[in-house]
Ligand binder design. Sequence first.
Ligand code: ADP
Ligand code: SF4
Length: 682
Amino acid sequence: MARDPKYDILFEPIRIGPLTARNRFYQVPHCNGLGHGHPRSEAANREIKAEGGWGVVCTQEVEIHPTSDVSPFFEGRLWDDRDIPQHRLMTDAAHEHGALTGIELLHSGFHAANMYSRIAPMAPSPIVIDGEYPRQARGMSRRDIRDLRRWHVEAALRARAAGYDIIYVYAGHDLSVLQHFMKPLYNQRSDEYGGSLENRVRLTKEVLIDVKEAVGDTCAIAFRFATDELIGEDGLQVSGESQDIVGMLAELPDLWDVNIADWSNDSSTARFEPSEGYQESYTSFVKSMTSKPVVGVGRFTSADTMVSQIKRGVLDIIGAARPSIADPFLPRKIDEGRIEDIRECIGCNICVSQDNLAAPIRCTQNPTQGEEWKLGWHPERIEGAASDDPVLVIGAGPAGLEASLALANRGYAVMLAEASEALGGRINHESELPGFSSYGRVRDYREYQLSQKPNVDIYLDNRLSADDVVALEIPHVLVATGAHWRRDGIGRAHLRPIDGLEQVNPLTPDDLFAGAEPGPRVMIYDDDRYYLGGALAEMLQQRGHQVCLVTPDVRVSNWTSHTLEQAKIETRLLDLGIEIIVSHEIDEIEAGRARLESNLRQQREVEFDSIVMITSRIAHDELYQALLANEDRFATLRAIGDCHAPGTVAAAVYDGHYAARGLQREGDFYAPLYSRELPALD
Ligand code: ADP
Ligand code: SF4
């Protein structure tokens, strides 16, 4: 199919300094937890985006010197010439597909604890380092400043030697020493680098000029700048000094890459920023202050919105991190008139969570993300079927849907049976929670794709029994029947059932989703600690209940700190008037009353009309267990997704995809020949 002409503007080449990008699609620098720990995976991850049509693909942040060492996180590293070959892997691969490559050079200042290099961290002025590590950063001397400028230049030269086209100077996300110098909160210097705005911007200006002099004849220089930190006068803000900073530096870089800080605002989840283009009101002013092209982000997945950004003069180039993770082929799909094939990001930040956990990237929507080199998975290509055998998939939640789609793409004839009248499984309930509608994309993308496949038959309203399945005589069966929430309190805090709970008729999330109506005062006991407890509290409070949310964890919805949502969730719940009790476990339950005890042995009571237990789930695997009794009748019999082991939606999608890729493959199902990065012992 051909591209719709209304999207032509997105495919116009654009000049960036001495270079020309082939189109307006730009994968901005984003972390992926691969970096210098997994250089081949890193290269393959970016290469596939180049293949998918992005005009520019960038690295993640790249440490320029051992004084900026973010261990244990695997970001990029360019400390000396020995790092160059790793980067060459990426630039060569991306260039083969016609993309320009960008590198985000970074000195982290007091954000880096330097846990590997063990050098004392640096900051404009002495300060406790960012994070939990018990260490302080020293204030930088003039010599340090001269060194920092030199390190930037040396790193830029190495970056050019590694084949990069666009070299970044970075002052964003509150992560860069250059930005730290700009902020009076961190910079109390009395020399020419502190005090007035001109002095605080001096170092950034010098580095921009230095880097341009060093490599600007052949490379483009990008400046990444956070125009607003959304913390008022303590940070950069559009209504404060940001416009003056842009004015001072306007023509120095070849490209402005603008966003908001910190990372939780830049990569806001859909729960807190439901609309595409949510940064526009903070970044759109930049274009009026510079003649250089401007790239910006906003979880753009709609080609119409992208066109509108350019036509309205908000941005020149469409930047994307998460949309390029969920669908590395997004530009190609627009180009080929295949809009409905775009796998849209749902804004869940599972990708971000992995980086925060110092683990390789993954994505709820794109199970191949991060597996491009390790498992050789391509997001758009898959190995053909190993036989003409049909496959039965039972259950159409995220795991069953993804398995069916991947199997259909392999060419298998797929029968998908679902007990209820709709595809989607848990997505159908969870996407109804306040702020979660984008989760519906997990279902919608797959439902549409399956509807286009001649080799897929879907049977709704079909609850299969073991006898039904055996009678079908289908050789390969994947059981994706999900899981349900426990009622007995067992979870992390309680490894045994909670005494007395059964006498107060506890509700579970499944009951609420099925329409159970709790009494006026609701106590939610959240030992799951991810999003569901907070989201159900929000939903019930909005419906007029008085909610008290109790969690054994030290913070409400604590795991969401990894998805950058925790502080926002806490604020929202408090604003709604929800009572939050942290660090307390249920000690005793009796009619209408729970006695809680904290880790400091303090006791308190909560009175309730209804109690909702969100602790852990039980695999809904009765069917699977019954089929195991007839295992010899099947060539393949596997439980997948939550039925196998309850977890995130991302884990279920991955599990479904993994099972589909592995169907009829020889060898150990759980240990295929992973490509592994092994340190060379020379
Ligand atoms: P997952 O996250 O692993 O995909 P879900 O709980 O979202 O799991 O989805 C499981 C799906 O399986 C639900 O839609 C449920 O209706 C369906 N299901 C459960 N038991 C059966 C069965 N015996 N036959 C067909 N479908 C079933
Ligand atoms: Fe988007 Fe979630 Fe995938 Fe990240 S993990 S790219 S937020 S769908």
